[in-house]
Design a protein around this ligand. Structure first.
Ligand SMILES: [Zn+2]
Length: 348
């Protein structure tokens, strides 16, 4: 598809992409995406990719550009601090950098307040720049949670807590600890996003869809180092269908768009395209429509081909789910971007 001259109100659509590292096959997929009207690809870039597929990933990003698509790079499971189904070698080798739960156990995630973690993720960012990334996509930065416990009570966190609040970190998760965790994530993102910008890349963040954390969103979205701000209001985990999906996605979209507009930033909404049940595929259309109706102009879906090739979370009928998504993309491009002419390959 030839990408037309865009206006700032045009809707951009992206999909995440992972699991294929053979450029021959990647090229086929990128062509399919381009034909379908997709504008950007969120490439997962795990520690494994950064160590063993660096040149390959460079080739994959070059191919992405050759097909007229933008390349977002995702620190997939990097240091265990971001979302993603990838293991972290950094976590395995750096026990002194791990988060600690309140019961003293170590988490399988590095602490964002540990300088070693920051240095390591910065080294990942350098590699993301080296492979030619356009945007760094910080996906769901979070503290570990398990077995009803909370983190992090490592020495770095204890020291930082005390310097902010003037008393020893308590053993219960009180309001100050919540506040501390937000500030820790915010400081971590600020330094990382600022570092990414030194390499000329733009930055995006996706916060988990928790209405109880809206005041946190506001502070994180306001970081001048972040360009694109969003959330991923997925719905199957909370048992929504049809109109409920529309309302759920619309509500979260409005929250993000209001904050983003106030900050002069781009609002991004993620659409669930995994774990969609047989017969529920139209919910994808509801979600895309809701995101657009709510004012989002950057829509992304997790994942390409309805995650059909990742058995753990694939849709029950990935082909049908993917078709519903592509139909939605076509519809958006036609109604919102005024692309009238039916593009070759679209809806085929
Ligand atoms: Zn810590």
């Amino acid at each position: 598809m030839t990408h037309q001259q865009r206006t700032h109100r045009d809707v951009k659509v992206g999909v995440s992409y992972f699991g294929v590292r053979n450029p021959r096959h990647v090229a086929e997929d990128l062509k399919a995406m381009s034909d379908a009207g997709i504008d950007f690809v969120v490439h997962t870039f795990s520690e494994n990719d950064a160590e063993f597929y660096l040149e390959t990933m460079k080739e994959i990003v070059e191919l992405t550009h050759r097909f007229g698509l933008e390349a977002y790079i995702d620190p997939w499971g990097v240091a265990g601090v971001f979302g993603g189904e990838a293991y972290s070698k950094f976590v395995a080798l750096n026990h002194d950098a791990l988060q600690r739960y309140n019961d003293g156990q170590s988490a399988a995630a590095a602490c964002p307040n540990n300088p070693k973690t920051l240095d390591f993720v910065k080294s990942w960012i350098r590699k993301a720049a080296e492979i030619g990334g356009d945007v760094i996509f910080f996906d769901e930065p979070h503290f570990a949670h398990a077995r009803g416990g909370w983190s992090c009570v490592c020495d770095h966190c204890k020291r930082k807590f005390e310097s902010i609040f003037g008393y020893e970190m308590p053993s219960v998760l009180n309001e100050d600890v919540e506040r501390f965790r937000l500030e820790s994530i915010r400081d971590f993102l600020k330094q990382l996003a600022g570092y990414a910008k030194e390499f000329g890349m733009r930055t995006a963040v996706c916060m988990l869809p928790r209405t109880s954390e809206l005041h946190f969103w506001r502070e994180i979205f306001a970081l001048p180092e972040l360009d694109i701000v969003g959330t991923d209001p997925y719905w199957t985990g909370i048992g929504l269908h049809g109109k409920e999906v529309y309302d759920h996605v619309l509500n979260f979209t409005k929250l993000v768009v209001e904050l983003a507009d106030g900050l002069g930033k781009e609002a991004q909404i993620w659409i669930q395209m995994f774990k969609i049940g047989d017969g529920d595929e139209d919910d994808i259309k509801e979600a895309v429509r809701a995101a657009v109706d709510g004012g989002a102009r950057n829509i992304a879906a997790w994942s390409y081909m309805a995650t059909g090739y990742m058995s753990y979370i694939r849709c029950e009928r990935p082909d049908v789910a993917w078709s519903r998504f592509i139909e939605s993309v076509y519809e958006i491009k036609r109604t919102e971007n005024k692309i009238v002419e039916k593009e070759k390959g679209l809806l085929s």
